[in-house]
Ligand binder design. Structure first.
Ligand code: NAD
Length: 491
């Protein structure tokens, strides 16, 4: 299905206290990667507007924290129904602003809804516990909300990444401030409207549009207790340092350079499809995309399958567009630099033709570069486009040495038919997520998501069971009602 692109610019607004309202800071235009046309206009949120929104969120949260968990999850259940009802419209919108295909837009939202289902299930999980620790004395732990929390999200998943945190943070009793990417803010209005319709009390979900200044005002606000961030590594690090420097809880997920280890005993069909789809899906603009193929031994027939599949993709249908024109230029330059350094192009996307009628968009075709040198830019720098660099390796040990040498640590996969060799890669990989015969090793809920090294700053998980400790405090309560005569120090 082709993506429906808004024909008139959408007025993108903040959502504060249950109402849409324009911010008053500098203006930002939003362009569709599909056709290069303006599809939205908005203003950045000033620090005074951040202050107003956080104060209102704080007041709303004090009441929300008194609402029993079971009642809070009812709102999330309604939210799920509304998102499913609106899924096609939201998927068109998010694809038109991020460059995804319609199917990718829809898949991202469905993945976000999985997190929502986890949040709904919290009502039936063991959320505390009580033990008689001494005669007549009991200890109990209780989960309590933090207060006002914030989340900053990247352009490439306008709904999925925010949905990693919105349902869990709200269900646990927090108020939530969201700063969407200024490149893809349109979807945020749909999510805000869905939460309002679901019955979420005003003030608990505030959307503040803008860029760096707005982010910094949010982090610096004294009443913002925790900050979640997903984006590039330099910004993740800056956000982590700024937030923790102010004594806040911060979990910041950063960029990636993911490796796939291809072994000669791999199934050529499975690896051809898995590896091609991994580096071309979302036009390579996802932090789980394959970026470097560590080709061990003679795997030429496997590589041929990857080239055939990637080369058959139709731009605008099977593969979407690149977020901005400067990013297309950056990718073109990176490919040219690798070629000049002696690498060989098996597939060259630089001259790919734009789909008819979308000539003003940001296009590049799938690109496969062979004989890339380990340590070179094509092998180590996050390119964030549909570019696969092949590094030839003599054995697994050399492949894993290269994998371990890169700064990032998001994902690593191996394609093999040997359990033993797969286990070797699983153990040696330096990443937070590992796949066996899957090109995009994205764990399903409740297994959460996240890397190591320069792909993640902070501890714990952003979703799943371990996220509960990020989005809440655990209070320990010790109780005695009667005097005891057993001489125990607690009694
Ligand atoms: P980005 O870092 O440019 O922007 C992310 C967010 O930070 C945006 O909301 C932006 O407004 C804000 N921001 C930008 N500069 C800032 C600054 N100096 N100070 C404070 N805030 C700032 O990232 P992007 O280009 O939107 O997204 C692509 C990047 O995100 C890639 O590196 C990709 O690997 C990464 N990513 C990581 C994950 C993950 O789970 N690890 C998931 C998706 C994307």
């Amino acid at each position: 299905m082709s993506v429906k692109i808004p024909s008139n610019p959408v007025s993108v607004e903040n959502f504060v206290n249950g109402k849409f309202q324009k911010a008053t800071g500098p203006q930002i235009k939003i362009m569709s990667p599909y056709n290069g046309k303006v599809i939205g206009e908005m203003n950045s949120t000033t620090s005074a507007e951040v202050d107003t929104a956080v104060k209102a969120a704080k007041a709303a949260q004090a009441e929300w924290a008194q609402v029993p968990l079971k009642e809070r999850t009812k709102v999330m259940f309604n939210f799920r129904q509304i998102l499913l009802r609106e899924i096609d419209e939201i998927s068109h919108l998010k694809s038109s602003e991020s460059g995804k295909s319609f199917a990718e837009g829809k898949a991202g939202l469905m993945k976000g809804i999985e997190v929502l289902e986890f949040a709904i299930a919290l009502q039936n999980m063991d959320m505390g516990g009580k033990v008689e620790v001494s005669r007549g004395v009991s200890c109990e732990y209780r989960r309590e909300a933090l207060g006002v929390v914030a989340n900053i999200t990247p352009f490439n998943f306008p709904a999925m990444v925010p949905m990693w945190t919105i349902p869990i943070a709200l269900t646990l009793g927090n108020a939530y401030i969201w700063k969407p990417s200024e490149k893809t803010p349109l979807t945020s209005m749909k999510i805000a409207a869905a939460l309002k319709e679901a019955g979420l009390p005003d003030g608990l979900f505030q959307v503040l549009q803008g860029g760096r200044e707005t982010v910094e005002a949010i982090i610096d606000h004294k009443d913002v207790k925790a900050v979640g961030f997903v984006g590039s590594t330099p910004v993740a690090k800056a956000v982590y340092e700024r937030g923790t420097g102010k004594g806040k809880r911060v979990l910041a997920l950063g960029g990636a350079k993911n490796h796939i280890v291809l072994l000669p005993d791999a199934n050529p069909e499975l690896s051809g499809m898995g590896i091609s789809d991994s580096f071309t899906g979302c036009a390579g603009q996802r932090c789980m995309a394959a970026a470097v193929l560590l080709a061990v031994g003679d795997v030429d027939k496997h590589i041929q399958k990857i080239v055939e599949r990637a080369g058959s993709l139709v731009l605008g249908q099977d593969m979407g567009a690149i977020i901005t024109k400067p990013q297309v230029e950056f990718l073109n330059n990176a490919i040219t630099a690798a070629e000049k350094a002696g690498a060989k192009l098996l597939l060259d996307g630089r001259k790919a033709k734009a789909p008819a009628g979308l000539e003003g968009g940001n296009w590049i075709g799938p690109t496969i570069i062979d004989n890339v040198k380990p340590g070179s830019e094509a092998a180590t720098l996050e390119l964030f486009g549909p570019v696969l660099s092949i590094v030839r390796c003599k054995d697994i040990s050399q492949a894993m040495e290269i994998e371990n040498s890169v700064d990032y640590g998001n994902a690593c996969s191996v394609f093999t038919s040997s359990g033993n060799l797969a286990e070797k890669v699983i153990r040696m990989a330096s990443t937070g997520m590992v796949g066996v015969n899957v090109g995009v090793p994205v764990p399903r809920e409740p297994f959460s998501f996240g890397g190591t090294n320069a792909s993640k700053f902070g501890h714990g998980d952003i979703t799943g069971h371990h996220s509960l400790d990020f989005w809440s405090n655990v209070k320990k309560v010790t109780v005695k009602w009667e005097k005891q005569d057993d001489g125990n120090w607690m009694s």
